[in-house]
Structure formats: structure tokens, C-alpha cells
Write a protein that binds this ligand. Structure first.
Ligand code: NAD
Length: 370
């Protein structure tokens, strides 16, 4: 028996706790049925932490996040906390996790399950079988660059300033993540910037090319301008395997890619940090969706995005690819059987609740593992 993995589970607000309840059932299933075991600790983040402690995440919770093997988060926020000052809003809990854990690489897969091909706004032949991964740089670039601000000009008009800035180490570490991922997938990386008009893009392209030549020349590397990439993602998304890009372009391109697959309730994500002295990479896994206060507490939420985030954790943090495959196969089979939560229900399919989706996936896991 391998040693237990230490997990911090932060369900958060709104539908976060509902979907996490179902994911915990799957974690328990692995704990009792498979070789991998989990020591799981649950804590508060977001509005739930504000209600209990007055802050969106406590120092004690942060300490746990820094020492566990991985963190699984639900979602934060909701109308109850909308009027709080920016510094103490629920979202600050998530931002602190990302900042203190130095999570610089955001992984957003866009995977189109066969059963949901019709949920995409694109033609079935364009999205069927789609499986791409966007790696977005998360802690640098124009969202953080200095100088920034809004200043008054002598003529009475104003000027807004943001600075796109990247250093060699910032580019190299996120490109390494992309190349390493590509080796576990289709072995192709497309690096995306605007080297035609931006110096930071020229540096990005040069550093990615240098790293490729030095350490990853077994991986196929191509380069693309961000505007062309946006077009190609809706024209022929299956041409891509791994896309690596900066914070701003990644923000936009990952949302574009996400919508190729239909529903927010299906989209997982991972954020990875540096490797520590023990050889462990800090990591946070969470669905792309928010706390969905409009449907919270009604059994309508789709737990699959959070469950697929757990599958990503198995694959990328614990190197348990076959266990991740098992979860994804169970999800696929349940969708093929026609069972759907409200967000992905289609004519002829059976509408089920959050808990029933958990039941169906557990039954499928039992069947697959038998
Ligand atoms: P949202 O993602 O919560 O919801 C958008 C729409 O998608 C809603 O109609 C919702 O019902 C639906 N939806 C989302 N997830 C679903 C699921 N799993 N199953 C079924 N339907 C689902 O975005 P929003 O409404 O803009 O934001 C609501 C709150 O969530 C806000 O307070 C916002 O700040 C917060 N938020 C948090 C995160 C996060 O925690 N990472 C991300 C985005 C938004």
C-alpha cells in the first residue's frame, strides 16, 4: 500500500459544498477500493470563512494549504458578501491561496465528451473527440506588471496604464510545465504570443525555443500569434494538443476553448506551483465555475467539473494516470447512459439531481473496477 496522500478540501460557498460532497464519496471510494489512500482534512474558505472567522481564509488554513500534498477547492462567493470591501471579499481567499502557494501555471483542459457533442455551439465534426490543454501563465504579465494605474494629464484628460512584463525564469518555468504535459499527452506544444508587435512576445518566443532546443527537442513545438490562435480554436480546435501562453492571452483563449465543450458544469482546472525541497509541486485543483448562487441548495448542480478536477489531481500531482482514467471513464459511461444534471440535459436524456449523479458515478466505478 502506497503512503496516504494528504489532501486539504475547501468546499467554499454556494454549490461548492454540494458538489464537494459527491466528490468526497469518490475520494472515499478510492480510499477503500484502490491502492491509493487519502488523509483528508476539510476547512473553510470564502464567505463561509468570513462568517466564522471574519476573514476569507485564516492563517491556520493557509498553513495547512502550504503543507499538504494537494488542495481541492469548490467555489467561493455569493450575494451575501457582495457589499464587503474588496480586501475582505470571499474571492480574496482564493487569490491568497494562488499567491502564497505561488501557483504560476494554470491548466485548463477542453475535453468534449461524445455524449455532449450537441451541447457545443460548433458543428459536431469540429468538436467531437476534442482533447486540448491550455497552460496559462498565472502570476505575471500585464495583470501584475508595474507601472500601473490611472493618472491625470495636464490637459485634464486621464491615462490608464498597465505593463506587460515577463522575465526569462517566468517564461521558462511555465514552458517546462507545458512540455512535460505534452510528453504525457500528444507530444505537441503550440506557444502563443504576439511577437509581431510586442517585445515581451519576442522574448517569450526566444526563451521557449531555447528551452525546447536544450531539453525538449523530442516534443513538437510550433508558434502562433494570439489573434490567429483565437481564430484557429473555433475553426479547427483539434489541431492543438498543448497550448502555452501568457496570463492575458491565456485568460481569453482558455474561456474560448472552454465553450467549445458546452457546459460550465463540466470544466475542471489545475493550478501548479514550483517544486519544493522535498520534490513536491504545490497544487490547487478546482472547477472553472463559480458558486452558482442561483441554483445552490436545490440539488441542481453538476458535480462533474469538481470530480474531473480531482481526476486531474490524481494524474498530475500523484502520477496516478490509470486511476484518473477510471474516473473519466465512469463519467463518460454515465453520460452515455443518458443520465444528466439540469445544465446538460437534452431531449431524450434522464434528468437527475446532484446526489443521483454521485450515485451513478459510484455505481459505474464499482462496475469498472469489478
Ligand atoms: P457561476 O459560474 O457561479 O455561474 C454561472 C452560471 O452557470 C449560473 O447560471 C450557474 O447556475 C451555472 N453553473 C455554474 N456551475 C454550475 C454547475 N456545476 N452545475 C450547473 N450549473 C452551473 O458564475 P457567476 O454567476 O458569475 O458567479 C456567482 C458567484 O461565484 C459570484 O460570487 C462570483 O464572484 C463567484 N465566482 C467564483 C469563482 C471561483 O470560486 N473560482 C469563479 C467564478 C465566479
Amino acid at each position: 500500500m502506497a503512503s496516504n496522500k494528504k489532501l486539504l478540501v475547501l468546499p467554499g460557498d454556494g454549490i461548492g459544498p454540494e458538489v464537494m460532497t459527491q466528490v468526497r464519496r469518490v475520494v472515499d471510494w478510492f480510499d477503500t477500493r484502490q491502492a491509493v489512500g487519502f488523509d483528508l482534512e476539510e476547512d473553510l474558505v470564502g464567505g463561509a470563512a468570513i462568517d466564522k472567522h471574519g476573514v476569507p481564509i485564516t492563517d491556520a488554513t493557509m498553513d495547512k494549504a502550504m503543507t499538504v500534498d494537494s488542495v481541492l477547492l469548490g467555489a467561493v462567493g455569493g450575494p451575501k458578501w457582495d457589499d464587503l470591501p474588496f480586501e475582505v471579499k470571499p474571492e480574496r481567499g482564493l487569490l491568497r491561496l494562488r499567491k502564497d502557494m505561488q501557483l504560476f501555471a494554470n491548466l485548463r483542459p477542453a475535453l468534449c465528451f461524445d455524449a455532449l457533442v450537441s451541447a457545443s455551439t460548433l458543428k459536431p465534426e469540429v468538436v467531437s473527440g476534442l482533447d486540448i490543454m491550455i497552460v496559462r501563465e498565472l502570476t505575471g504579465g500585464v495583470y501584475f506588471g508595474e507601472p500601473r494605474g490611472i493618472e491625470n494629464l495636464p490637459d485634464g484628460s486621464r491615462r490608464g496604464i498597465n505593463t506587460q512584463v515577463y522575465t526569462t525564469p517566468e517564461i521558462v518555468r511555465v514552458a517546462q510545465v507545458a512540455f512535460d504535459l505534452a510528453r504525457k499527452r500528444g507530444n505537441r506544444v503550440c506557444s502563443v504570443e504576439k511577437a509581431n508587435v510586442m517585445e515581451s512576445g519576442v522574448l517569450w518566443r526566444e526563451e521557449v525555443s531555447k528551452l525546447h532546443a536544450a531539453e525538449y527537442n523530442d516534443v513538437e513545438l510550433s508558434h502562433m500569434y494570439a489573434d490567429n490562435c483565437a481564430m484557429q480554436l473555433v475553426r479547427d480546435p483539434k489541431q492543438f494538443d498543448v497550448i502555452v501562453t501568457d496570463n492575458l492571452f491565456g485568460d481569453i483563449l482558455s474561456d474560448t476553448a472552454a465553450m467549445l465543450t458546452g457546459s460550465l458544469g463540466m470544466l475542471p482546472s489545475a493550478s501548479l506551483g514550483g517544486i519544493d525541497a522535498q520534490g513536491r509541486r504545490k497544487s490547487l485543483y478546482e472547477p472553472v465555475h463559480g458558486s452558482a448562487p442561483d441554483i445552490a441548495g436545490q440539488g441542481l448542480a453538476n458535480p462533474i467539473a469538481t470530480l474531473l478536477s480531482f481526476a486531474m489531481m490524481l494524474r498530475y500531482s500523484f502520477d496516478l494516470g490509470s486511476d484518473a482514467d477510471l474516473v473519466e471513464q465512469a463519467v463518460q459511461n454515465v453520460l452515455n447512459s443518458g443520465k444528466r444534471t439540469a445544465d446538460i440535459v437534452a431531449p431524450g436524456s434522464e434528468r437527475i439531481s446532484t446526489g443521483q449523479m454521485g450515485d451513478a458515478i459510484l455505481a459505474e466505478l464499482d462496475r469498472l473496477a469489478a
